[in-house]
Design a protein. Structure first.
Length: 457
């Protein structure tokens, strides 16, 4: 019930995309949100059930109480990791994102967002345990409180000790927010007007790099009207700048089973319009960019221009602009820390997210996505830039602070200077596997202990 209520409240904005823009009847859209929330809640429920199954009984002493706390944290971490992986994963609302403005946020740089979530659970369980033991006096409470404080302080210190340093000169970047209403985005005349508006906003600045949102163009680059191409190329030739445009492009590897398919892409054009880089989205959205098996009937009930996009190749290199290496990700790809971790390991000094979540209206999805990007910056030790259609367009430094942002649901341009960083946080270096391995070994030990006790009895 906890998970069901939390997810219904937290991802209720999916109703907007299905009902307002997809034309799905309100009762069916409500049922879809409820059923998805119920599915996502199963991971937390399974984690709690496993912890209760393996942990020793609470009344068997202080050591048993500590084991129960550790079991709960370990199971929660594994449950959230599984939710971010099974059926391509949906790790939205992972517990660690709630800590982005708190003192525990730096733990993510050490052990990742799932480890941070486990630390939060452990701390909460410790407080509950201390309240239960308070009648036993200070002799019972102080050792547990001291141990919990030492563990949390160690994790915070681990994240804060990451050798992250600024690198290279700052680059002037212009982030565009078109505020194209989703219901009109695929209307040919409105799409053409949006292309002209974005071109006007590019020409109004002289930044070295200008970034447009996801699907700012709803057509391929080859279908861009020549007048718009000429204006952009003339501007780039005059300023020596670069422009990154989100648009659908023919699959980069048609021989790999993607013949005739499009990719959700970012293309980067340099001075005189030369193609200097491209990124194709790798983590596709179920129902929005690919149709899961056996769910075609559900998609056919909605009036949303869905497509079977081709999946981008792994190992796509960052784009060099002014001595900084910019690595792009699209929409909810920044929800998957392993994907962006690989970009940092491949040399990215700045991360750039382009998004269009106008599908969800002026909802709390915008703020949630901003917090996800902020924690990713902390976790990976890299500044994060966001160029979105309706918000939140922002510049975030490597410590997760929002340096500047546009008002959501408004058209505008955000001019910032960004200086990339170098160095690897412990999470970039090792991923979440060290903390997950410890959790699995601990749970295995508890399972063997429980089995031994059962045989003895």
């Amino acid at each position: 019930m906890f998970g069901l209520a939390g997810f219904c409240a937290g991802i209720g904005w999916l109703y907007i995309s299905m009902h307002r823009y997809g034309g799905l009847a309100a009762p069916l859209a409500t049922a879809a949100v409820f059923l998805l929330s119920a599915y996502l809640a199963l991971f937390g429920a399974a984690a709690l059930a496993l912890a209760e199954r393996l942990a020793p009984a609470a009344h068997t002493g202080r050591a048993a109480g500590l084991a129960r706390i550790a079991a709960l944290a370990a199971c929660w971490m594994i449950g959230e990791l599984a939710r971010g992986w099974v059926f391509t994963g949906f790790p939205w609302l992972s517990l660690g994102y709630a800590q982005v403005d708190g003192p525990l946020a730096t733990i993510a740089a050490g052990i990742g967002v799932y480890g941070l979530g486990g630390a939060v659970v452990a701390l909460a369980a410790t407080l509950a345990t201390l309240l239960r033991w308070r009648s036993h006096g200070a002799a019972a409470v102080l050792p547990v409180a001291g141990l919990a404080g030492a563990v949390v302080a160690s994790l915070v210190a681990l994240g804060g000790a990451a050798p992250i340093q600024a690198t290279g000169p700052a680059v002037a970047v212009r982030l565009l927010q078109g505020n194209v209403e989703q219901g009109m985005k695929f209307d040919p005349q409105r799409a053409l007007r949006a292309m002209n508006d974005y071109t006007d906003d590019v020409l109004a600045g002289d930044a070295l790099l200008t970034v447009l949102p996801e699907t700012a163009w709803t057509t391929t680059w080859s279908s861009t009207p020549p007048a718009i191409v000429d204006r952009l190329f003339a501007h780039l030739a005059r300023t020596g700048g670069f422009v990154a445009v989100g648009l659908p492009e023919p699959a980069a590897d048609p021989a790999g089973g993607a013949a005739g398919m499009l990719s959700n892409s970012v293309v980067v054009r340099g001075p005189r319009g030369t193609l200097v880089g491209r990124y194709d989205k790798r983590q596709l959205v179920p129902f929005g960019e690919f149709i899961p098996p056996a769910f075609g009937w559900f998609v056919r009930m909605m009036n949303i221009p869905l497509g079977e996009f081709a999946r981008g190749a792994p190992g796509q290199p960052p784009v060099l602009v002014g001595d900084q290496a910019f690595a792009f990700d699209i929409c909810y790809e920044d929800l998957f820390p392993g994907l962006l971790r690989q970009q940092v390991r491949d040399g990215a000094s700045v991360l750039v997210n382009i998004s269009n979540i106008a599908w969800f209206g002026d909802s709390h999805a915008l703020g949630q996505h901003l917090n996800i990007s902020r924690l990713r910056a902390i976790e990976l030790g890299r500044p994060m830039l966001r160029a979105t259609n309706t918000g939140m367009t922002a510049a975030i430094d490597a410590s997760g602070r929002v340096l500047a942002a546009l008002e959501p649901v408004s058209r505008g341009a955000l001019d910032v200077e960004v200086r990339g960083t170098t160095g690897m946080t412990p999470y970039v270096r090792f991923g979440h596997w060290p903390v997950m391995s410890v959790a699995l070994v601990f749970l295995l030990a508890l399972a063997l202990r429980r089995r031994h006790e059962a045989r003895r009895s």
